[in-house]
Design a protein around this ligand. Structure first.
Ligand SMILES: Cc1cc2nc3c(=O)[nH]c(=O)nc-3n(C[C@H](O)[C@H](O)[C@H](O)COP(=O)(O)OP(=O)(O)OC[C@H]3O[C@@H](n4cnc5c(N)ncnc54)[C@H](O)[C@@H]3O)c2cc1C
Length: 385
């Protein structure tokens, strides 16, 4: 039976996340963005709210509340701040995810409880300078020598990888060459404090300015053979499945960001008067607000359906790509009109909407650009021979 009502637990979660985001994140978001500062204090508060480990079982310190709950939480944080939402989304989907889904019991026990308590952060080391959209073109190598992986290479744009609490990186590495000449790719857990690892925080970002982004270098890094995640040669498969789940969270950031920008525009349009009347009462603006609300409603339905597929254990690769593509593009259209409705004030920091305008852009680039989402969807549709 079709039922569009959220369960009571989801409604309660949304309310508590909204209160938290309004009271703890919104008041500091602007200043952290201005200073380009990653706030450990905020991470601690988000951890106390149970925002890390939401899809991890209780055995490993998680709360196991399911993907829809997790996505609603990310949506509510993104409604006030993209950077804080990025910390949570990357922390769960990209950092915790691969260890939880592919780690052995020992690896899970070693890392997950502290990750779920938000005491440390894990990061997802896929992208390299010469391997972006072509994420299988990894040049970082890992050679097995005397029971240790010897790792050399670098990664770029890695979220949560260069903060004082960044503790472990899942590094996709080339561990050999297959018979057909293709790279054998495997994921290896590399603690940040291993000799030879350098993590440099990247500055000067347009968006997500108070999230932590790192550039990583591995110079003759040695970790035990047991740090291999899952099976040798399955690294790329693990990374792609991790991105499927991660895309749900990026979509939630698009949905929440669109909702936040819409509310700013709506409030402004009802207050601002020109020609003796509120600008909301000019039909051109009222129709813009109507279009925004309609697109947000459609985006929410696309994303929640993809989460439902995921929670049901059904295939959801195409649905996740559609949700990520659609929600990020809905946010682009919504923030663009939200700034327009604010007129000149929309371009000023004080009015917040400009931060939403900047934060949106990453959503069309990170975890697979919009072009790559269209590639995933068109492949699933069977467009190519
Ligand atoms: C703030 C931030 C955080 C990030 N966090 C992480 C992280 O935690 N972990 C991680 O591994 N990565 C992370 N990334 C990297 C991100 O996933 C990549 O930037 C993204 O996948 C695109 O790769 P690229 O930047 O090399 O662009 P490129 O791949 O060089 O793409 C350039 C352009 O070419 C287009 N293009 C490329 N190939 C095709 C094709 N086959 N068909 C059509 N068009 C194509 C792209 O769509 C794009 O428009 C992050 C990036 C940023 C900016």
């Amino acid at each position: 039976m079709l039922n569009f009502d959220l369960a009571e637990e989801h409604q309660i979660l949304r309310n508590s996340m909204r209160d938290f985001a309004e009271s703890e994140i919104k008041p500091v978001a602007e200043e952290l963005d201005e200073r380009e500062e990653f706030s450990l204090d905020l991470v601690k508060k988000m951890a106390e709210m149970g925002l890390f480990g939401m899809v991890v079982s209780e055995d490993y310190g998680g709360s196991n509340v399911g993907y829809l709950s997790y996505i609603i939480a990310v949506e509510e944080i993104a409604r006030v701040d993209g950077s804080a939402a990025a910390t949570v989304a990357a922390g769960n989907s990209l950092g915790i995810g691969p260890i939880y889904y592919y780690g052995n019991d020992e690896q899970k026990k070693e890392w997950l409880p502290r990750l779920c308590r938000g005491e440390i952060l894990a990061s997802f080391g896929l992208t390299e300078a010469n391997a972006g959209s072509d994420a299988g073109a990894t040049q970082t190598t890992a050679v097995l020598e005397d029971g240790q992986w010897l790792i050399n290479g670098s990664k770029i744009f890695i979220t949560n990888s260069a903060s004082p609490i960044s503790a472990v990186i899942v590094v996709q590495s080339q561990t050999g060459t297959l018979k057909d000449g293709r790279r054998e790719l495997s994921c290896i857990l590399v603690p940040n404090d291993t000799p030879g690892v350098t993590a440099m925080e990247m500055h000067g970002k347009l968006m997500w300015r108070s999230s932590n982004t790192g550039e990583l270098y591995f110079e003759d890094v040695r970790v035990p053979e047991e740090n291999l995640l899952g099976k040798r040669g399955e690294g790329f498969k693990q990374m792609l499945a991790t991105l499927d789940r991660g895309r749900l969270a990026i979509a939630a950031m698009g949905l929440g960001g669109a909702q936040g920008a819409f509310e700013l525009a709506m409030n402004y349009a009802k207050e601002r008067k020109q020609f003796g009347q509120t600008i909301a009462s000019f039909q051109v603006n009222a129709f813009k607000l109507a279009d925004m609300a309609t697109e947000i409603e459609a985006a929410r339905n696309v994303l929640y359906k993809a989460c439902w597929f995921c929670d049901q254990g059904r295939p959801f690769t195409m649905e996740a790509a559609m949700a990520k593509l659609y929600c990020s593009e809905v946010m682009r259209r919504v923030v663009n009109e939200a700034v327009q409705i604010h007129g000149g004030y929309g371009l000023m920091r004080e009015y917040q909407v400009e931060r939403f305008f900047r934060d949106q852009k990453l959503l069309e680039i990170g975890e697979g650009t919009s072009e790559i989402q269209r590639l995933v969807i068109s492949r699933k549709l069977g467009c190519y021979e």
